[in-house]
Ligand binder design. Structure first.
Ligand SMILES: [Mg+2]
Length: 324
């Protein structure tokens, strides 16, 4: 199969989006940025066995590659305009490509985002690069640097699920027997098919002060906001929202209680808002703390004591890091 045949066979579905004026067949795709809006661009590169276990289902690889990029648009309050895909493959396996494309397009269709271009190459290691293009009003772009002393700190959905899901994949023997089959499936799904919070991000862009998506771990990502904004924070461990599956895991293994603070890959939105704006939030989100003038980040337990911090998050260049 030639490159052209591969693209024609797996990656040439029609574009539903009228933002796309031209896609495929020409040297560039042509997109229309809505009048008065700014263009937002983000790229992620994912390498097999480094960013996802090599045995990850190809449907999930395709789904997640797009999800994590759409999540970056969500974090800044943008709407997607289009996406490009670079695919480096050791060989052409029709079944793998078919499933990969199915996963990618299932999420693309759900958000009406169009694959407008890309490239495929042969490579010893499977890797993929996704670039998303989005737009937003320049006055309504959510940044990390806008947190203000007194702001509430909140997060959408639940955190820690992807971290427990990764543990379940890498060391199935450590899964507590208290977890029901459907809870394990839920954790796997949260790891492999995260939900980009696009609608929530667009709503937050109207009034939130700062935001990002939780990719590296709650504490590490919150630290990014604090550093960029020049403020500190205090959060309450018992207020961190957990799914029933994560709760079951922690009840069975109490020393895993801090995992939701440091595990990445949840792709929930972490944001700060003025307390008076909280009633404007019409989706699931939980207040976990407050921005303070005192620098640094303090976590308190149920008794109000400061919790000593574990090693934070995931560093791509640190030794002994797990794949994610
Ligand atoms: Mg991000």
């Amino acid at each position: 199969m030639t490159e052209f045949e591969l693209i024609a066979r797996y990656f040439s579905r029609p574009c539903p989006d009228d933002a796309v004026l031209l896609a495929g067949g020409d040297d560039c795709a042509v997109l229309r940025v809505p009048t008065g809006e700014a263009l937002l661009v983000s790229t992620d590169v994912l390498v097999s066995d480094r960013h996802f276990p090599a045995n990850t289902a190809p449907f999930d690889v395709g789904y997640k590659a797009l999800a994590v990029n759409l999540s970056d648009l969500a974090a800044m309050g943008a709407k997607p305009l289009g996406v490009t895909l670079g695919l480096a493959l050791p060989d052409i396996q029709p079944e793998w490509l078919n499933e990969f494309a199915r996963g990618f397009y299932s999420l693309a269709a759900a958000h009406r985002v169009c694959l407008v271009g890309g490239d495929t190459v042969k490579s010893p290691v499977l890797s993929l690069s996704v670039t998303v293009l989005g737009s937003a009003l320049p006055t309504q772009i959510l940044k990390r640097s806008g947190a203000v002393v007194g702001d509430l700190i909140a997060v959408t959905g639940t955190v820690g699920d992807a971290g427990f899901g990764l543990r379940a994949v890498l060391s199935p023997k450590t899964i507590p027997t208290a977890l029901a089959r459907h809870e394990i499936t839920y954790l796997h799904d949260r790891l492999n098919r995260p939900t980009p919070r696009l609608a929530e991000g667009q709503k937050l862009a109207q009034f939130a002060h700062a935001a990002l998506d939780v990719s590296d771990g709650l504490l590490q990502d919150l630290t990014h906001i604090l550093t960029a904004s020049g403020v500190g924070a205090e959060i309450s461990l018992i207020d961190v929202p957990l799914s029933p599956a994560a709760q079951t895991w922690i009840t069975a293994e109490p020393r895993a209680a801090l995992l939701p603070l440091s595990a990445g890959d949840d792709y929930e939105l972490l944001f700060t808002v003025r307390a008076e704006d909280w009633p404007r939030i019409d989706f699931k989100a939980t207040v976990i703390g407050r921005i303070s003038a005192e620098p640094g980040l303090r976590v308190r337990d149920a008794q109000g004591h400061i919790v000593p911090m574990p090693a934070q998050g995931f560093d791509h260049f640190a030794a002994q890091t797990p794949p994610r």
